[in-house]
Design a protein around this ligand. Structure first.
Ligand SMILES: [Zn+2]
Ligand SMILES: [Zn+2]
Length: 349
């Protein structure tokens, strides 16, 4: 089968012909991948620009961790799902045996073995996963929208971390899929005002507009920066979803006293900020990364609501054979979420 892989610790990915996975082991399932999204982290791994050295012992490795599909086979002892079930997969589901899991902190599992980062992922027609991570999806939910569950869970977790409350003024730095997901759940949490900023990012800011967020700012325009500062001075919560070092100071500079900055972006180097005003303003910096089981249940329930139209988040659709085009579209930011369909020979964009 075709699989899109990281072969060695240097820039680049390759579409290789690989053996299909064998029968699933105890506690595992094999999933026929119907839709899988290209994530910002896939672009970082492709560039190999820092922050992903933990992958070294696992190379070569198939990427892809945001997906939905159909259970093809189940290993011994699996009762959670049966072949034919439509599912999406939590790629870093807990092991339930390590000290963190047994202490009740499953979200901090030490054996996460995240698909697409520690073991073979879903940029392939078939993938093997822990049955624990399989969540069945409603019949009416399309595979491509179900494949957004993982980034939506990351957004929901960040909003929980930032304690967004009704009436809050919330600014999201970074208009990509995680920024969009944060905005969607900040709105659900009752935020009164939500702004989203990007830098030379017109296509993704346009997606934010189509999702119903009209306060968007392209900071490459000095006028937009001035407007953002006027609109969101003394914000309650700012989310940093860019990985750009300057955006940490930008975000802190806009927070009210005791406001919360939630960092979700992966930074390739150190970050500096004005520590004196940070301390005097008693501001908070928190980190949010990944998601927990509660997020998976909540997001899937949310997606079942036909009134929530998240289709604008997906801007491009490609078969697996053309995934390299998808990566270049995503890294140029001409695309927002690029969805790959591994079972299809050709699909229209
Ligand atoms: Zn992702
Ligand atoms: Zn564990």
């Amino acid at each position: 089968m075709l699989a899109y892989r990281k072969r060695r610790p240097s820039p680049g990915l390759s579409l290789d012909d690989c053996p299909a996975p064998g029968a699933p082991e105890a506690g595992e399932v094999t999933v026929r991948v119907e839709a899988v999204g290209i994530c910002g982290s896939d672009l970082h791994v492709a560039d190999w620009s820092g922050g992903y050295d933990f992958m070294l012992p696992h190379l070569p490795l198939t990427l892809g961790h945001e997906f939905a599909g159909i259970i093809e086979a189940t290993g011994p002892g699996v009762a959670r799902v049966t072949p034919g079930d439509r599912v999406t997969i939590w790629p870093s589901s807990p092991c339930d045996t390590c000290p963190e899991c047994t202490a009740g902190r499953r979200r901090n599992c030490r054996n996460k073995a995240t698909l697409g980062l520690y073991r073979d992922g879903a940029f392939a027609p078939l993938v093997t996963a822990r049955a624990q991570g399989a969540f069945t999806i409603p019949d009416a939910l399309s595979f491509e929208i179900a494949a957004l569950t993982e980034p939506l869970c990351v957004g929901r977790r960040a909003v929980k971390t930032g304690e967004v409350s009704p009436g809050d003024r919330v600014l999201v730095l970074g208009p990509g899929t995680i920024g969009q997901s944060i905005a969607v759940f900040a709105r659900a949490a009752g935020a009164a005002q939500i702004g989203i900023a990007g830098m030379n990012d017109p296509a993704r800011l346009e997606v934010c507009n189509r999702l119903g967020f009209d306060q968007t700012y392209d900071l490459s325009d000095p006028g937009a920066r001035t407007r953002m500062q006027a609109d969101f001075d003394e914000a309650d919560v700012v989310f940093e979803a860019t990985g750009r070092d300057e955006s940490v100071q930008d975000g802190l500079g806009l927070l009210r006293m005791e406001g919360i900055l939630v960092m979700t972006g992966i930074h390739s180097g150190d970050v500096s900020f004005d520590a004196t005003s940070f301390v005097r303003g008693r501001r908070q910096i928190r980190a949010s990364h990944g998601s927990g089981e509660e997020d998976w249940h909540a997001v899937i329930a949310t997606l079942a609501d036909p009134a929530l139209d998240l289709a604008p988040m997906i801007t491009h659709r490609l078969p697996l054979s053309r995934i390299a085009e998808g990566l270049s579209l995503a890294s140029s930011r001409r695309a927002s979420k690029v969805m790959i369909f591994p079972q299809q020979q050709d699909v229209s964009e």
